[in-house]
Design a protein around this ligand. Sequence first.
Ligand SMILES: [Zn+2]
Length: 275
Amino acid sequence: MSELQKTLADSAEFEGVGIHTGVRSRIVVKPADEDRGLVFESGGTLIPALCDYVISTKRSTVLGREGASISTVEHLLAALSGLGISNALIEADGPEIPILDGSAEIFCRRFQAAGIKAQSKRTEEFYLAEPIFVSSEDSLVLAMPCPDLILEGDVRYASPQVGHQNFKCCGFDNFAGELAPARTFGFWAEVKTLLEAGLGQGGDLSNALIFDRPGFDASLLRFSNEPVRHKVLDLTGDLALLGRPLRAHVLAVRAGHRLHVEFVRKLAKVMIKDA
Ligand SMILES: [Zn+2]
């Protein structure tokens, strides 16, 4: 049987800079009624956390509606989704969700501290009937029918500090321990270019792992395969844009936000057809 819908027992607040804009934002995540889903509010405009409202996937997932927008929603959505929170109102007073430590750990801890309460209605899980996939060049997101949610990430980078990594998680029972703490990462050559382009304004060594950086200390990694775990965390956040919990085995190979969202849009079409 499906699970009960959940919301927060109390509000949770976060404040900090956005990694891409460098602008400070304050957000308040509030309890919401059953069937409301996850909804952002920016300047009085409600923006549902659904793939229909994605306006950009360049470097992060950006939602927008009627001129209002909110960037870098993926880690916050991953924390809500990973903890099974189906309904919440996220009020944002700035253009971008704070990056905090680059992971979903702070969101996760604060939601757990605020309390998560079950509501009376049940969730409607979406079970995939047939395999579906999207691909682009050497990247792929593939989902196969499965009674449970299995998320598997696979990455391969030229940097010897990362190389080939694979990580698979079965459900979110240990979301707080195995996925939430994995931080955003980048590579020194790319970070220099980003800074020259005026992006990554809020990025620093406290909120992103920068591989190949002179003086990089591998002993500070939270997991030996922290990058691929972060990719699975990003996938978790982007999958929340389906608006219903997915039950499938999803394999993401060298994928990023653009392909994740393309995949969710394809899933959403199948879901509507099956309804
Ligand atoms: Zn991320």
